[in-house]
Design a protein around this ligand. Structure first.
Ligand SMILES: O=C(CO)COP(=O)(O)O
Length: 149
């Protein structure tokens, strides 16, 4: 069962992400891709036949839009090609996005080699068969029922 994925790239990684998606486009056919604004627009110029929706640009709220979609169970994987050498003005938004992907136990690829592992996995086409990924709210029972004094 193919589902939806999020794609984001920092400026110095955008070309690398676009070339990677172009090279691996077969893996993304029939899948909905939701990307931050600038990444999404550039991706569309490389692979116009893919189903790509661009939300707002990352620093203008796009990372948070993707985070909200993850919290609502609308995205199954996050491909976020990061530039580790350049400070980002919206660092808190980036951390929030990666944190929510962690909370909701969706796979995250922050670099191309992890992205290659992810799309090579049999679970990429069948996330429902992957271990984990259940309703994570059970994991947070203690938190949800904590005592507030
Ligand atoms: O900054 C980003 C993610 O943190 C990416 O946003 P853009 O795709 O709009 O450049």
């Amino acid at each position: 069962m193919k589902k939806s994925v999020a794609m984001v790239a920092h400026d110095r990684m955008k070309t690398e992400l676009c070339e990677w998606v172009e090279k691996n486009q077969e893996q993304f056919k029939g899948r909905k891709i939701v990307a931050t604004g600038t990444t999404g627009k550039l991706l569309l110029s490389y692979v116009p036949e893919l189903d790509i929706t661009a939300v707002k640009s990352g620093p203008l709220g796009g990372d948070q839009q993707l985070g909200a979609m993850i919290a609502e169970g609308q995205l199954d994987a996050l491909f976020f090609f990061q530039d580790p050498m350049t400070p980002q003005p919206h660092d808190s938004d980036i951390k929030a996005l990666v944190r929510l992907a962690t909370v909701y136990d969706i796979p995250i690829a922050c670099n191309p080699s992890t992205a290659n592992y992810m799309i090579s996995s049999p679970y990429f086409d069948h996330p429902e068969k992957a271990p984990g990924g259940e309703d994570v709210s059970e994991q947070f029972e203690d938190y949800l029922h904590r005592e507030i004094s």
